[in-house]
Each structure stands twice: as structure tokens, then as C-alpha cells.
Design a protein around this ligand. Structure first.
Ligand code: RIB
Ligand code: CA
Length: 302
């Protein structure tokens, strides 16, 4: 099994990604960051998820905001708590530490991936403190950005938009990097049929996941007119555990930090030949969506 640390901002699709990762990888640690909801909530949600999964994965909390400016949250998508309308059970879990950056640096192993599914603040701070860190891990799989178009603005995807300066540092770090952007993640979408299947399965985890997805489908019906949601964060996990499902191409990727309309945009250079900068990321273009969804369904207990 692939070893990984999940850096996340749970977050409903982060929750699905954490369930999937614990099902099909060796998750050695979780680091949390401010993103969908404030850091205290993302950390509480990560701890609750380890309790629900019955795993002892350590949770280290990290950055409470971006490198520059104020935090950007998404309660309109994930709810004020970050877990929709789910009422979390009591548990006795506490964070293993509040210095995610030191944990990321100390836990670096040549066979350990970092799967980043929230704003990239913790990773950028780790790189700032030790630029060689990226050579001491297996690689970085990011849910973030897009080859074209955004979700928070016409140009920017949430994880990049929430901390563009951090994203720019990560993309410029020289890391072995896979980018699962919106162009990729929207190929893998859930349905109410899956919610019904999970509810029929009866197991507590399946019932929990059904509730999260049902909530998200309600939000998406309001926002986009469709009761479906993209498996954004789970795709970044699968890019590590099941790379054979993906078509990835090396591309120069830069992050816009100054543009009035384009701040937070991932600028993917698709020009052929020797034009522009050298490729610094593997950009995911295609995924075998049926097989990806089968893996997600299996992990959730469908
Ligand atoms: O744009 C989607 C990303 O933003 C996902 O990681 C979701 O959890 C939010 O953080
Ligand atoms: Ca996320």
C-alpha cells in the first residue's frame, strides 16, 4: 500500500477522501489547515473522522490562515461546521500537535506521499523552512487549480484562491507534483443513486457518507441546479493509490497572485515545443471515472 500524509480542510469531500485513503492506503498522518471552515473546525472534523474510522492516525493542526491576507471560507458549501448538517458523536480524540509544518518536515520519508486537498499554506511553510523537504518525500498530489476555469471565481479554484502565494511556492518548489484540477475532478461525480445505495447498505460508515453526500447534493442543486457533486479530494488520493486510472501530462504551471480578475488562477502552459518554462507538474487530464467511482463506493461501504 502507498504511504501518505493527508493535508486537508475537512470539509465534506475531504471526509470522503480521508475514508478512501484509510481504505486503500497507509495514512501515516493528517495535517489540517484553514480552508472550507476555520482551523479549529477542520481539526475537530479530522479528529472526529479518525474516531469514526476507528484509526489512530495522528492529527496535527497547522495554519490558521493564508500566507497573505485574510482566510477564505466556504460554509455555503460545507456548512458552518464543515460537516454539513451532521451531528458528530462524542469522542476523546485530541490533536497530536499544533505544528503541522514541523510534523510534515519530521515525517518526510522517501516512500511517503503528501496528498494536499486544502489550501497549500502548510506545505509552503514547510518548503520555506526546508526547501530540500520536497526531495525527501515521494511526491505531492494536489487537489487544486484547473487547466481552465474556476469555482470561486471564473478563473480560480478554491484551494488555490484561498492561498495563492502558498500555491505559487509549492508549484515552484521542484517537488514531484501531480495536479488534480477541476477539469479532472468533475469527471468523477456522485449521484442520488449512490446515496440510496449507501443508505441501503446499512453500515454506520455508509450511512454517515450518505448523509454527507445528500447534504452536498442539496447544496449543488441550489448552486448548480444538479443533485451531484464532484469527488474533488478523493481524486487526489487516487492519483497516488491508482495512478493507472489517470492520464497525466507534464506541464509548466504557474499561479497568478496579482491579477484583479485572475488572482488564484493556475496558468497551465499547453504550448508545444520549447516555448515557455520547463514543466514543473504532472497535470491530470483524464480519469477512468467508472473505476474511480467503484473504488469510492467500495471504501464507503456501498
Ligand atoms: O475546489 C474544491 C476544493 O475546495 C476541495 O478541496 C474542497 O474541499 C474545497 O477545499
Ligand atoms: Ca478540501
Amino acid at each position: 500500500m502507498k504511504r501518505m500524509i493527508i493535508d486537508c480542510d475537512p470539509g465534506l469531500d475531504d471526509a470522503i477522501a480521508l475514508i478512501l485513503a484509510h481504505h486503500c492506503a497507509e495514512v501515516v498522518g493528517i495535517t489540517t489547515v484553514s480552508g472550507n471552515v476555520p482551523l479549529a473546525a477542520t481539526t475537530a472534523n479530522a479528529l472526529m473522522l479518525t474516531a469514526m474510522l476507528g484509526v489512530d492516525t495522528p492529527v496535527h493542526s497547522g495554519a490558521a490562515g493564508p500566507l497573505v491576507g485574510a482566510p477564505t471560507y466556504a460554509p455555503h458549501v460545507h456548512g458552518e461546521s464543515g460537516m454539513g448538517d451532521f451531528e458528530p458523536p462524542g469522542h476523546d480524540r485530541t490533536a497530536a500537535g499544533d505544528d503541522a509544518v514541523s510534523y510534515l518536515l519530521d515525517a518526510a520519508e522517501s516512500d511517503t506521499w503528501v496528498v494536499a486537498v486544502g489550501p497549500l499554506t502548510n506545505l509552503a511553510l514547510a518548503i520555506e523552512r526546508d526547501p530540500d523537504w520536497v526531495t525527501r518525500i515521494a511526491g505531492i498530489s494536489i487537489m487544486g487549480g484547473s487547466i481552465a476555469g474556476g469555482n470561486v471565481t471564473p478563473a480560480a479554484e478554491f484551494n488555490i484562491y484561498a492561498d495563492p502565494e502558498a500555491a505559487a511556492r509549492v508549484f515552484a518548489s521542484g517537488a514531484d507534483l501531480v495536479m488534480c484540477g477541476l477539469n479532472l475532478t468533475h469527471q468523477v461525480e456522485t449521484s442520488d443513486a449512490l446515496v440510496a445505495e449507501l443508505r441501503a447498505a446499512g453500515a454506520p460508515l455508509a450511512h454517515f457518507a450518505a448523509g454527507l453526500l445528500d447534504y452536498l447534493h442539496g447544496v449543488m442543486a441550489e448552486l448548480l441546479g444538479r443533485r451531484a457533486t464532484a469527488m474533488h479530494d478523493p481524486c487526489a488520493v487516487l492519483a497516488v493509490t491508482h495512478p493507472e486510472l489517470f492520464e497525466v501530462a507534464p506541464r509548466p504551471v504557474a499561479v497568478e497572485v496579482d491579477g484583479t480578475l485572475t488572482r488564484g488562477m493556475t496558468v497551465v502552459d499547453e504550448r508545444t515545443g520549447n516555448q515557455g518554462a520547463a514543466a514543473n507538474a504532472g497535470v491530470a487530464y483524464r480519469i477512468d471515472a467508472p473505476r474511480a467511482m467503484a473504488l469510492v463506493r467500495g471504501a464507503l461501504g456501498a
